[in-house]
Ligand binder design. Sequence first.
Ligand code: NAX
Length: 326
Amino acid sequence: MAPVKVTVTGAAGQIGYALLFRIASGQLLGADVPVTLSLLEITPALKAAEGTAMELDDCAFPLLKGIEITDSADKAFDGANVALLVGARPRTAGMERGDLLEANGGIFGPQGKAINSHAADDIRVLVVGNPANTNALIAQAAAPDVPAERFTAMTRLDHNRALSQLAAKLKVSVTDIKKMTIWGNHSATQYPDLFHTEVGGKIAAELVEDAWLRETFIPKVAKRGAAIIEARGASSAASAANAAIDHVHDWVNGTPEGDWTSAAIPSDGSYGVPEGIISSFPVVSRDGRWEIVQGLSIDEFSRERIDASVGELVEERDAVRALNLI
Ligand code: NAX
């Protein structure tokens, strides 16, 4: 079997460090799938990436068939089957949203272009670097020859956080919980929805107090990233890497029957989310494609929250349009 080429950008960063070893050990694609890794970094971080590659060598992973390290996007994405776009420009003090989007446009536009020109026909892209949904939109716009559905953004960490918070509240195992959904943007406006989530065949929203759902659960999931920074002195890394593994694993291998997960994928207009926006939905993966779960009833409470988060995505889209980034 020819190895699958997995390109990781921001490979020398903290998520990269937590991610690469798991890819190389077979957890991304399967225990029988050989991989080659392509590490894309900015020039000053190449040496650190080389250090990580040395450690990868030292693991003697049977499935790892090669590692390349480069600061050229054209090289990094050449023949890539999976691209994990982790490296991004963080918001620094005093930076306005427009500046942030523009700086990231300078990263995700050229990377999308390189994917368009050089990646394999089956390329699948997961954007982790923030603002993830809009960065995915920028990369997608720069890759007109790649099917739009191949560009996705990560809300799986939010999904996993929601599972874990609910499991702790109900004193059940995470495996007892099915059909969790994160809607909207990977930001503080995201909406973790318990109105379709099932725990032992019952709807989760009916098993918890209304006040807990509104005042504890939703903000706790949405602000968990900030709580991790406060406690750890650094942003989520291993849990983010774990979520990236989950997302791509399920995209390639499918989601279990009777359950779904959350991923930000291009909207087809379902649930009133404007077409083309890369928004988080309840999704299943079948035959290597994400499909939005259809037919869920959305009450007024959920509608308001979905609309607020989607509204933020529309604003971001309009802002990058005004900057000619899409
Ligand atoms: P780090 O600052 O540790 O690493 C980022 C790396 O990206 C650095 O090594 C940097 O040199 C590299 N980089 C910057 N520009 C690049 C470019 N043009 N090409 C290639 N590499 C480039 O950040 P880390 O903690 O690893 O986080 C990475 C991104 O993930 C951030 O944008 C962060 O906000 C985002 N996150 C997204 C999450 C999600 O759920 N979607 C959760 C975790 C995380 O906050």
